[in-house]
Design a protein around this ligand. Structure first.
Ligand code: UT7
Length: 330
């Protein structure tokens, strides 16, 4: 038996039907399509409508597709890891609900919180379960209903986000394909005051006052976060390439977190990869937090070939940031 590498054997995604366009946002806040497009690259985003619909509703659809694509009986699934900052509830975890939603009654399941870097964190966590040799099938899914924490009277943030879920199945590979390397980092000393939700946790439990003060909404100091995002995402992508002796020519695709097209362009420049090698769907979905990277993989799946070198990179709340180097397995 050769060395085990954890590899992605299927990708799947779910985006809600409702499309919130820049034109519709123009009627809600003082903004315009030209500003949003040039500053962010976003044209539209999807919104999950309906009563009692949380992130798990989208993630269950993703997990159903992953089980079907890999011909997996839900009872044979070993684990479900959900990256999210918009869990259905504090507990049970969204992953508990998603596993139950497909009948995966033999699987462990838990949520992982690392905001926009959440998927890379969760994927590295899932990869380590596979590397241990004890687990054979782990579903790693990003799911965020960002509309549930967005203030639609704040033009600084409401134009940025959308709702979606997407994910992958991880299984062992003995041919050297799959996840080769990862770098995951965090630093709250600077990050904690720049992107946050202050209300609802154990410091500021929900009260009428926290609601009135808007503490349950997402806040970010966009201009400053932008500066850190450009630097840290590009640095960490360059670092993982360097330590794996990769040049831009070796990379088939950069799979970047979709927060802002300008951040993505800066990362690609630093890596020495042209725009034809950058997965991009921000114009259709906006920033879906933990779902952006797997949603890109879903959208570009038919352009990928076995052995392709992919670099994943993300930066987000915390701060958290990270990158991953993998060889596509199919
Ligand atoms: O996802 C994980 C982490 N998050 C990120 O990576 C996001 C990082 N930040 C960004 O992507 C950008 O900072 C934003 C897209 C959020 C904002 O773009 P910006 O170029 O940094 O704009 P800004 O915040 O510096 O604002 C420039 C101007 C301001 O007006 P003044 O003060 O120059 O008169 C804003 O009030 O644009 C104004 N503005 C808007 N105008 C029209 C802010 N939001 C809007 C809007 N429509 N929606």
């Amino acid at each position: 038996m050769g060395n085990i590498t954890p590899c992605i054997t299927a990708v799947a995604g779910y985006t809600p039907d409702y499309i919130l366009t820049n034109e519709e946002l123009e009627k809600m806040v003082d903004t315009n399509d030209e500003w949003i497009t040039t500053r962010t690259g976003i044209k539209e985003r999807r919104i999950l409508k309906g009563e009692q619909q949380g992130s798990s509703v989208m993630a269950i659809e993703v997990l159903k597709q992953l089980l079907e694509k890999t011909n997996t009986d839900p009872k044979d699934l070993d684990g479900v890891i959900i990256a999210t900052v918009t869990p259905d509830f504090f507990f049970p975890s969204t992953a508990n609900l998603v596993a139950a939603g497909v009948g995966a009654t033999n699987a462990f399941s838990f949520d992982s919180i690392a905001a926009c870097t959440g998927f890379i964190y969760a994927l590295e966590t899932g990869a380590n379960y596979i590397r241990s040799g004890r687990y054979k099938k782990i579903a790693v899914i990003g799911a965020d209903k960002m509309s549930s924490i967005t203030d639609y009277t704040d033009r600084n943030t409401c134009i940025l986000f959308g709702d979606a879920s997407a994910g992958v199945m991880l299984e062992p590979n003995e041919e050297g394909l799959g996840i080769i390397d990862a770098i995951i980092r965090s630093d709250a000393t600077i990050g904690k005051d720049m992107i946050y939700i202050k209300g609802g946790g154990s410091v500021n439990p929900p009260t009428h006052e926290t609601v009135d003060a808007g503490l349950h909404y997402f806040y970010q100091d966009g201009r400053n976060v932008f500066k850190y995002a450009v630097k840290y995402m590009a640095d960490v992508a360059a670092e993982i390439m360097e330590r794996n002796n990769l040049t831009g020519d070796d990379v088939a695709f950069l799979v970047p977190h979709q927060a802002n097209k300008r951040i993505i362009d800066a990362t690609a420049n630093r890596m020495g990869v042209g725009p034809e090698k950058v997965m991009l769907n921000i114009e259709k979905y906006g920033n879906t937090t933990a779902a952006t990277i797997p949603l890109c993989l879903r959208d570009y799946e038919d352009q990928l070939n076995e052995g392709d070198n992919l670099i994943l990179a993300a930066f987000g709340g915390g701060f958290t940031w990270g990158s991953m180097y993998l060889k596509w397995a199919y």
